[in-house]
Each structure stands twice: as structure tokens, then as C-alpha cells.
Design a protein around this ligand. Structure first.
Ligand SMILES: [Zn+2]
Length: 103
């Protein structure tokens, strides 16, 4: 799915190797979420800021990309058809979010 913050790149699912935790992050602007359900809904963290907070450098090499595609499909929508993300919210639209594992 296109990053709801910058709309410049696709969100990837990645594992932080050092702590074996998963994050969803934008390679372009570094917006980071911890749950797929939160992407574009909950406030994002900056990737490097988060990594620093857990004692890591915040380098891309500290990640193992798990899924290069994370996407959403609309399962119900009460908003305007074709509405785009506004201020990081998905409005009244409910999405189901998926990950495709890298083979
Ligand atoms: Zn972004």
C-alpha cells in the first residue's frame, strides 16, 4: 500500500533483527507503525527515532524485509467513493490489510 504519509512509496513489513519485532515502515519517509491495522490510522513514529529509543542505530541494514507488498482492500465504505487519505486518517472506510510474504 502506498504510504499514507508521503504517498511516495509502498509500506514494507520488516523484522528488526536485533529484537525480532516486526514493523511496517515506509522506505521513502521512514514513517513507522507497529501493527498493520494502525497504518494510516494511528500516529506514526519516525523509524530512526524509534530505533534509537531501543538502542539501535536506525540503519536499514538492521531490518530484514519480510513483505515488500502490504496492501488493503476495502471491505466497507461509507465515505465518498475513491476518497484518499486525509491527515493520516482513513475516514469512514474500513479496510482489510494484507501482507504478501516474500518467497
Ligand atoms: Zn512515506
Amino acid at each position: 500500500m502506498l504510504c499514507p504519509r508521503c504517498q511516495q512509496d509502498d509500506i514494507v513489513k520488516a523484522k528488526i533483527k536485533a529484537i525480532e519485532a516486526f514493523i511496517f515502515t515506509c522506505p521513502e519517509c521512514d514513517a513507522t507503525w507497529f501493527k498493520i491495522e494502525e497504518i494510516g490510522v494511528a500516529p506514526f513514529l519516525d523509524f530512526a527515532t524509534y530505533m534509537n529509543s531501543i538502542g539501535l542505530a536506525g540503519m536499514w541494514e538492521e531490518l530484514e524485509v519480510i513483505a515488500e507488498r502490504v496492501w488493503v482492500s476495502v471491505i466497507s465504505a461509507r465515505g465518498v467513493k475513491g476518497q484518499r487519505v486525509v491527515r493520516g486518517k482513513w475516514g469512514q472506510t474500513t479496510f482489510r490489510k494484507h501482507c504478501e510474504n516474500v518467497v
